[in-house]
Design a protein around this ligand. Structure first.
Ligand code: ADP
Ligand code: ADP
Length: 226
């Protein structure tokens, strides 16, 4: 089973604009995959559909074999999403944000608390667990978003432009953390418009342009051709 399989995916927005013109894409378990494309190419639309935030017009999406149309709850349980925008409650303490997120997935508080501790320590946020999220620096907020996406132990992590607007030092430490997660078996897909980021992290790459996948190949083979 592929971690993600997309066939003939199309999206026409209500204003009549067709953002995805029939995407076929499959990401294997354990992969670290980059979806690269210029602004407006259709990356966020694709991710929005995979994570059930955007309705597709047609096509199929399966996540670890679960069909998004017929097995949506199971499909969603496999997936952790790190959106571009911070969307946590900034007045909530950092630890509570993680534990409450666990609640959405039906994870018992005691178990969520243990997982939150582990994640907060891994991501260098343990000292901040009782602080309101608004007190965190930008880099810390980004790490909190990642921790929150992992609390239900998804098998696929998707990050939308994870290092946009992040300075180079923090970007490198995020890269390191993501690489470690991938080594431990997590399948990761990220969108980016930096080839450098894709190159540093990813094994395989898809390039999306005006709603079409124009490349789907290994990073090695792509770089060999440049
Ligand atoms: P990317 O993430 O690659 O920058 P998006 O998926 O956000 O691209 O956008 C793809 C195209 O769809 C763009 O031309 C964008 O303007 C358009 N688009 C995105 N959201 C909407 C919407 N809600 N209604 C109409 N057009 C949209
Ligand atoms: P600021 O945004 O104020 O520069 P951050 O909170 O982003 O500070 O970073 C504080 C420290 O945590 C930095 O030394 C940074 O290198 C480190 N750091 C940032 N991201 C991570 C991460 N994912 N894992 C571990 N350490 C990190």
């Amino acid at each position: 089973t592929a971690a993600l399989a997309i066939t003939a995916l199309r999206k026409t927005y209500d204003n009549g604009f067709t953002a995805l013109k029939g995407i076929d894409l499959s990401v294997q378990q354990g992969d670290f995959y980059a979806l690269l494309g210029a602004n407006g190419a259709g990356k966020s639309t694709t991710i929005g559909i995979i994570s059930s935030l955007v309705n597709k017009t047609s096509g199929t999406v399966t996540i670890f074999g679960y069909d998004l149309d017929t097995q949506r709850e199971q499909a969603k349980a496999q997936l952790g999403l790190v959106p571009q925008e911070f969307n946590f409650n900034v007045f909530e303490p950092v630890g509570e944000i993680l534990i409450n997120q666990g609640g959405y997935y039906g994870i018992e508080r005691t178990i969520a608390t243990e997982r939150a501790e582990k994640l907060l320590k891994q991501l260098g946020l343990w000292d901040k667990r009782k602080e309101q999220a608004r007190t965190l620096s930008g880099g810390m907020k980004r790490r909190l978003m990642i921790a929150r996406a992992l609390i239900h132990e998804p098998r696929l992590l998707i990050l939308d432009e994870p290092t946009a607007g992040v300075d180079i030092e923090i970007r490198r430490s995020m890269w390191e953390f993501l690489t470690d997660l991938n080594k431990s078996g997590l399948t990761i897909i990220l969108t980016t418009h930096y080839l450098e980021e894709a190159e540093s992290l990813c094994r395989n790459i898809g390039i999306i342009d005006q709603g079409q996948l124009i490349e789907n190949t290994s990073m090695k083979s792509l770089l060999g051709r440049l």
